[in-house]
Structures are given as C-alpha cells and as structure tokens.
Design a binder for this molecule. Structure first.
Ligand code: DGT
Ligand code: CA
Ligand code: CA
Length: 571
C-alpha cells in the first residue's frame, strides 16, 4: 500500500472517530482530504520532496493543519493525533462503523446506552431483539442492522473487481519475469471480469515449479501461506484476498486455462458436450479414448468441440455454448470502443477537479466528447447547484470549450424528487444538452412507490439517461425495490438510456440487468461518474460489465459518433 492510500485511510478513520465524538465539520474536512489523497496521481512523498509543506497544501482539501500531519507521517512513520484518537475508543466500537447502515452517531449510542462494544455483541443484541427497545431505533432499524451485518460478511468474502484485477495483473506480470517462466495468466473469475472476486487464480507455464512457488509465496503482499506444493500454492494477502497459483506444462496450458477460468457451470456444460461427442475434457486436455487430442490453446479445445472461442466474460452457462455452436456469439463492445463519457462531476458540485481539468483528462484518453454533469440543488451535501449557480456553470463550460479540443456537452445530474418530479423546472432543463436523472433519497420506498416515482421522471421530455438505475452499492447497500421491467419498457419508448455506472462499488446496472435491457431494445450509457480525473479509468470496469451483459456497440450510446449521439439526445 502506498503512502497516499495509507494516509487516506488514516484520515478516514480519524473522521469516523471525530464524528463519533460529536465533533462538527472536522470529519468532513478529513474525509475530503482523504478522497483527494486517494486520487492523487503523484506519490505524496514526491510532492513533499519536491515542494515541501507548500506542495502538500496545494492538494485539494489539504490545509495547513492536515499538511503538517502528512509531513509528520512522512518524516516519522507516525501521526500522533491518529494514535490518540484511535486509542480513545475501544477498537471494536470503531469497527462497528463499518457495518453498512450504521453511522457514527448510532454506533456511539449503542456503545453508551446498550454497552455494545463490538460487531459480535451487535449481532447478538440484534438477534435477541434488544436494539429495537432503544428509543428511536425500532424493529426496522434492527432488521437494517442484521442486513448490514450480512453485507459486511459478504464483503469480507468477496472483494471488488477493482481491487482484485490490478493485483492479478501485477502478479501475472511479475511471475512472467521469473527465470524459466514461459507464460503467466490470470484465470478464474478475475479473467471473466466478474464484479466481485472470491479468490485470484493465476496459471503459470514453467519447468521449474519450485522457483515459481518460492517467488509467489515470498511476495511482499503475502500475509499467510496456506499451501505450498509442486503444482499449486495458496496464499492469503495482507488485504484479506486469497490467491492461488498453479504451475503447468505447455501441452495442457490451454485446457487448464479453460478449466480454471470457469465458470464451474460453463465447464460442466462443456464437459457434457465433450462426452456427447465422444471426448473427455479435463484440465489436462481433450482426450479421445485416453489419447491426447489437444490442449495447448483454448481455441483448439473449443474448436475441436465444434465451438467458436467463447469470450471469458460470457462463460456463465447462460446461452453462450449454443450461441458458440451456431456461430451466433454477440459482437461484444471492445475495450477501446468508447467515444466519450457522459457522467462526471467537477468542483462546481462534489468533484475534486475543475471543468477544464476534467475535459483535458478526457481528451488525453482520446475521447471525442464528454458531458459535465454536476449535481442539482437538492443534493445539498454534494454542493448541488441552484438555478443561479447553474447559469454561471454553463457560462464556465462555454469558456472551457474555447480552450479544449473535445466536445463538452452541458449537463447536470438532476435529482428525481420523491414525487417523481425533477429538481429543475422544464425551462431550466431545456437549456442543457444532456439531462441525467437520479434517485438519491428515500431508498427504502415500496416497490410500487419507487417504480411510480421513476416512471414519472421518465415521462419528462428532457431526460436522457437514468443513472445508477438500481441504487445498489456492492457489499454496502441493497438495490432499491423496483419493477425494472417496466422502467426498461418506458425508457425504450421514450428514447432514454439506462446507465451502467462504472464507479467500482456501483457497477449499476449489473451484468444480468444489462442483458435484460438490451434484449428489450433499451440503450445503455457506460459512464464513470468520476469525481476526480483519475476516476476516468474506471471505464474499463463498466465495459467489462457490459460485455458480461452481452452488449455491443449498437447498444451503447457513448460508443457512437457524436452526430449519432446527438440525434439520440434530441429524442
Ligand atoms: P470466485 O473465486 O469465487 O470469484 O470464482 P471462480 O470462478 O474463480 O472460482 P474458483 O476460484 O473456485 O475456481 C476457479 C475455476 O476452477 C472455476 O471458475 C471453475 C474451476 N472449478 C473449480 N471447481 C470446480 C468444479 O468443482 N467443477 C468444475 N467443472 N470446475 C471447477
Ligand atoms: Ca477464483
Ligand atoms: Ca481459486
């Protein structure tokens, strides 16, 4: 973990503790600085080495006080105030903050009034119905706590793709440089680009397995070695993720890559097909009557079984095998297909960077267009804009447009209010090139209410994209109750796209919903919802998810040329 991330985590923790203690504004200042550090492109050591405390103070959100704390940490490896704060409350109490749905204020009350000191106490108390007795808590909050505990458990078992994917790539890269290694590739759910990952699987071709295993189990990220053998080793990494490495012969690498990429369900179906055709398929190869037929590459294996090569993202036994047999696999969206990004924030609302910085960052990714889409007025905590500030914001976009070589669409992320009306009136919406509509409140409405609310918003003639349509946060918040089918039908009728929000914890719509949408002729917009320039890279996660949902260029409005997109936006 680099210092940027380490200091950011310390600031986040300090914010939590300060909030539990009822301190005002400071927690938010710490969080802002933490987010800023997280998305800083340069290592903070470098900033400090080059321009000292003054350089640190130029990091958005970092003032005099926090700059001094960063300096202290860089010089001594410690932060006195961090230690003091952390030691001022029991460890377990602070951990309760990580239960989705429990804020610092509630945690403090549970600690003070019910003497609940850790997550185990909390679970017991909730199961015994003791939480609901606390004034202002009630049975509903108790159920929420139990659900939150479930999500927390899930999160400790399955990690986000955004965490596992770079690690898997890094490990494969390092392993491929080990003496005697011919090839090293990620397999398993990481290769299928699934939204969450149980463990990382890596396959290696090498004649010297011992050297590979020594290297792998000796990596600095490794916390515990669970197994170390000739063909397979398993480790637990410091962040809790598990990783397996397998060493193979060249002759069976394709078969093994196929087998260990999975999914299990895809493999079972493929193996049955092999049997039907008189073969036997295993991780060692394709055999006929115990005689090796092939196994060096996946292509050979699929081809001998009469199939086109199935892209890993589709290997879930959900129709891909029949499609591959009939040469009817979809032409998937490629990783370089995107022409623009239609959802991002600037420092006009809760983003870190200016409109110009966002535009330039998008331009350097090779995009042809972007939409700047800051929040509307009801999003007070996100510094949403009222009509007056919106006017200046639109002027600022015009000014930036003069300076950059990328088309900027003037947009806003407009709240869908509880009654289904929008946060800006039609005569204001009319001034925008693109309108994103979003639910940010009353997540716990009934299915009927939420469906009615969103359908009404989609009746507005200026809306172009319904963003993060189900509101879920992976391992943190369930999707809201919603009749998605009705929403998709309405969106298609109205010429409104549904978003696939690429933010790592959102990935909303999820894969199966993408497929459901495109089967109904509904268009998708894959957007990063960036709050800083470096978030633009999350596009890859969204493309992966779209591919898992069988989407191609025809389904994705921001993979289209500007002219065609503009026609779509005019509805
Ligand atoms: P994960 O780690 O839970 O995110 O998901 P996977 O798909 O990476 O699963 P993992 O790591 O347990 O196993 C890797 C692959 O090995 C899996 O995708 C398919 C294959 N595999 C594992 N167990 C079985 C099995 O019992 N039968 C078959 N046919 N394949 C298996
Ligand atoms: Ca795995
Ligand atoms: Ca595994």
């Amino acid at each position: 973990m680099g210092s940027n991330k380490e200091i950011a985590n310390m600031f986040f923790e300090m914010a939590d503790v300060l909030e539990m203690k009822g301190v005002d504004w400071k927690p938010n200042a710490y969080r802002k600085a933490a987010r800023s550090l997280e998305s800083l492109e340069l290592p903070v050591e470098q900033v400090y080495a080059e321009s000292g405390v003054k350089g640190l103070r130029e990091i958005p959100g970092v003032g005099e006080g926090l700059a001094k704390k960063i300096e202290e940490f860089l010089k001594t490896g410690m932060m006195k105030e961090f230690d003091e704060l952390i030691n001022s409350i029991p460890r377990g109490v602070e951990e309760m903050m990580h239960v989705p749905g429990l804020g610092p204020k509630k945690v403090m009350r549970l600690f003070k009034e019910l003497k609940i000191r850790n997550v185990q106490d909390l679970e017991r108390a909730a199961r015994e119905g003791r939480l609901s007795k606390l004034p202002g808590f009630g049975e509903k909050s108790e159920q929420d706590v139990l659900r939150g505990l479930g999500l927390l458990k899930q999160g400790s078992e399955r990690k986000l793709l955004s965490i596992a994917l770079p690690l898997a790539r890094e490990f494969a890269q390092r392993l491929s440089r080990v003496n005697g290694v011919i090839r090293a590739e990620p397999a398993g759910s990481v290769r299928r680009l699934k939204e969450t990952i149980g463990d990382i699987d890596i396959l290696v071709i090498s004649k010297n397995s011992e050297r590979v295993m020594d290297f792998f189990t000796g990596m600095p990220e490794v916390q515990t070695i669970l197994a170390k053998g000739q063909t397979k080793s398993t480790v637990i990494l410091k962040d809790g993720l598990q990783a397996d490495v397998r060493v193979l012969e060249e002759k069976s690498f394709g078969a093994a890559l196929q087998y260990f990429t999975g999914s299990k369900e895809h493999n079972v179906a493929l193996r049955q097909l092999a049997i039907k055709k008189g073969f036997k398929l295993s991780e060692y190869g394709l055999f006929r009557k115990d005689k090796y037929v092939c196994g060096r590459s996946e292509e050979e294996v699929y081809s001998k079984l009469g199939l086109k090569l199935v892209p890993p993202e589709l290997r879930e036994n959900s129709g891909e095998i029949v499609a591959a047999q009939k040469n009817k696999l979809p032409k998937l969206l490629s990783f370089d297909a995107m022409k623009g990004d239609l959802h991002m924030h600037s420092n006009w609302s809760d983003g870190l960077h200016s409109i110009e910085q966002m535009a330039r960052a998008a331009q350097s990714r090779g995009y042809k267009y972007i939409a700047i889409t800051d929040h509307s007025k009801s999003e007070r905590i996100a510094n949403g804009m009222d009509e007056k500030r919106l006017k200046s914001y639109l002027k600022e976009i015009d000014k930036v447009q003069e300076k950059v070589d990328i088309q900027i669409l003037k947009g806003a992320e407009v709240d869908i209010l509880p009654d289904g009306s929008l946060d800006f009136a039609d005569n204001v919406l009319k001034e925008l090139d693109i309108v994103l509509a979003a639910v940010h409140s009353r997540f716990k409405s009934s299915r009927e209410e939420m469906t009615k609310r969103i359908l009404k918003a989609l009746d507005n003639k200026y809306v172009n994209i319904l963003v993060h349509p189900t509101g879920r946060l992976i391992n943190q918040r369930e999707p809201y109750q919603l009749d998605l089918e009705k929403v998709m039908t309405k969106a298609k009728e109205q010429g409104i796209a549904l978003e696939l929000d690429c933010y790592p914890t959102r990935l909303d719509l999820k894969d199966s919903h993408v497929r459901m949408a495109i089967e109904r002729g509904c268009k998708i917009s894959i957007d990063t919802d960036s709050h800083a320039t470096d978030h633009l890279r999350h596009m890859e996660l969204g493309i992966a998810q779209a591919r898992r949902g069988w989407a191609g260029v025809k389904d994705v409005i921001n993979a289209w040329p500007l002219k065609k997109l503009e026609r779509f936006l005019r509805r």
